[in-house]
Design a protein around this ligand. Sequence first.
Ligand SMILES: Cc1cc2nc3c(=O)[nH]c(=O)nc-3n(C[C@H](O)[C@H](O)[C@H](O)COP(=O)(O)O)c2cc1C
Length: 172
Amino acid sequence: MTMQDLFDTIKPEDIQDNIFKLIGSDWMLVCAGTRVHYNMMTASWGTAGILWKKPIAIAFIRPQRYTMLFMEENPGYTLNFFDEKHRNILNLCGSKSGRNIDKMNVEGLDTMETPSGNLIFKQAKLALECRKLYFDDIKPELFLSFDLEKIYTKKDYHRFFIGEIINVYRAK
Ligand SMILES: Cc1cc2nc3c(=O)[nH]c(=O)nc-3n(C[C@H](O)[C@H](O)[C@H](O)COP(=O)(O)O)c2cc1C
């Protein structure tokens, strides 16, 4: 199976799904690494849009996530979206760490390497391939609303990665 058998490459502006629903309710698997060693985790916080004249997506990763190591070590990452029938996989990857289970052998998930060397999942209905452009950490001294402190009782402020969307793969 080649990439072209499973996916069409479309422009970001041709994504039909609602991004609020995709990220906020469908959730996504953030994946980074190489075929030899990669990791993924479920995320429901993030965004996509335009910045610096480019289509971009932003993922927010807490420092204790195993995925953080892969986000830092690799030049890119992918955001993978699935149909409802794969919810069990999203629940697993959102509750177990790759430090404790072998996430490279999760049943029902297979990777495919893109020409740029990033990994997407064959089962994804949509995958955004991103090239890292920028990162920073959420800084509590910059909070403008005290409500935000409640989200960080462990002071595990997210690191966010802004990536240029270099490819959008839509399942055929
Ligand atoms: C629905 C859902 C959404 C989540 N969203 C995020 C998120 O946006 N950022 C984050 O750091 N963790 C998020 N998590 C938690 C991670 O997915 C979870 O801690 C996971 O086990 C980390 O795996 P890892 O240690 O292999 O990276 C979410 C979990 C669930 C179930």
